[in-house]
Design a protein around this ligand. Structure first.
Ligand SMILES: *[C@@H]1O[C@H](CO)[C@@H](O)[C@H](O)[C@H]1NC(C)=O
Ligand SMILES: *[C@@H]1O[C@H](CO)[C@@H](O)[C@H](O)[C@H]1NC(C)=O
Ligand SMILES: *[C@@H]1O[C@H](CO)[C@@H](O)[C@H](O)[C@H]1NC(C)=O
Ligand SMILES: *[C@@H]1O[C@H](CO)[C@@H](O)[C@H](O)[C@H]1NC(C)=O
Length: 305
């Protein structure tokens, strides 16, 4: 009798061990999307019109694994959506549907080259995407104030809110002073200003704000970048209506490799000589159509390494 009990216990122990290893070791390669994540994505899809590419996002169908949908990436371990890459899908929407802010595991969000109808970015919501490392809203037809929530994304490595106005090559520099074709509205930095926007983005390596109106910001823009963004490698501020000089402290950013400041007509004429002396990693400096260029030998104005 005792031996039967032992055998039974042993069997139960083995069975439960097997059962445990089955659930825990179940690294099923078939990714399973979480229903709430699928619901958020489908809500986002419903907010889009598909004028240009009617079959865009066809794979986004209820009841299928959202981790396999076009442009969607999931974490292998958790199954949560970590990437949304929808650049240039011809999507049109009157503004960004807040359902996107329920995808709180997102690390990469790229909505560039779509059309959000010259609407404002949602005033709240971005702060919920606290794991974001890459945010790209370039040339997507948003206008108005950049929301403070973006300045709270402390994990950001790359932030692109630019308008690609020189669509072709550097030859189109000749077109300076003309408005960007098709662009009737602009993002701007007033409240928050750029000091507040970048204050917490200490991990940022690439910052593209070309075409963002900073004309109302104070003239210490340069110190704000130098003090807040120690890891910056690319700073692109073309056509931002910057006022105030380039500052010597920019030279303390030893990783800075690219500075692009063209088309800021009111930038002070103070030549940033220290920057050139100390920023040995600098490989590209674009200052055309700023007053700064007067302080430089012409070969440096558009200098590529
Ligand atoms: C996720 O799983 C897929 C398929 O099993 C595999 O190809 C890919 O390398 C995995 N990615 C990571 C980051 O482990
Ligand atoms: C987003 O989350 C909120 C609160 O958790 C919920 O009420 C709402 O239904 C969600 N929206 C979508 C589209 O999942
Ligand atoms: C953002 O998207 C635009 C358009 O797709 C692309 O040209 C640009 O390189 C992207 N920015 C970053 C920082 O990757
Ligand atoms: C160049 O940048 C790298 C990091 O990107 C840094 O380790 C190195 O010290 C920099 N070199 C100089 C001369 O500043």
């Amino acid at each position: 009798m005792a031996s039967i009990c032992w055998a039974l216990l042993l069997f139960l122990a083995m069975f439960s061990g097997l059962a445990t290893s089955h659930t825990h070791g179940d690294d099923n390669p078939t990714l399973r999307c979480h229903p709430d994540q699928a619901a958020s994505l489908l809500q986002l899809k419903r907010s889009f019109s598909f004028f240009r590419y009617p079959s865009a996002l066809d794979s986004w169908q209820d009841g299928t694994d959202c981790c396999l949908w076009e442009g969607v990436g999931c974490s292998n371990s958790s199954g949560y959506v970590t990437a949304l890459e929808l650049s240039g899908r011809g999507l049109y929407s009157q503004g960004l549907d807040p359902a996107i802010f329920n995808l709180t595991s997102l690390q990469l969000l790229d909505l560039s080259l779509n059309n959000f109808g010259q609407c404002n970015l949602p005033a709240t919501g971005f702060e919920r995407l606290s794991l974001l490392t890459h945010l790209n809203l370039s040339t997507s037809g948003f206008q108005g104030q950049i929301p403070i929530g973006i300045g709270k994304l402390a994990n950001l490595i790359s932030l692109d809110l630019s308008v690609l106005y020189y669509a072709a090559s550097d030859d189109s520099l000749n077109g300076h002073g003309t408005s960007i074709p098709g662009v009737t509205s602009w993002l701007c930095l007033q409240e928050p200003n750029f000091q507040i926007l970048v204050g917490n983005l200490n991990n940022l390596r690439e910052l593209y704000l070309d075409g963002v109106d900073m004309s109302t910001s104070a003239d210490d823009w340069c110190d704000a970048f130098a003090n807040s963004l120690p890891n910056l490698r690319v700073l692109s501020l073309r056509y931002c209506n910057l006022v105030g000089p380039i500052c010597p402290s920019l030279s303390t950013l030893h990783s800075l490799a690219v500075i692009s400041l063209q088309d800021n007509f009111d930038t002070s004429a103070t030549p940033p000589r220290e920057m050139l002396m100390y920023s040995y990693n600098l490989s590209f400096l674009q200052l055309a159509w700023t007053n700064i260029q007067r302080g430089f030998p012409s070969r440096i104005i558009q200098y590529k390494n």
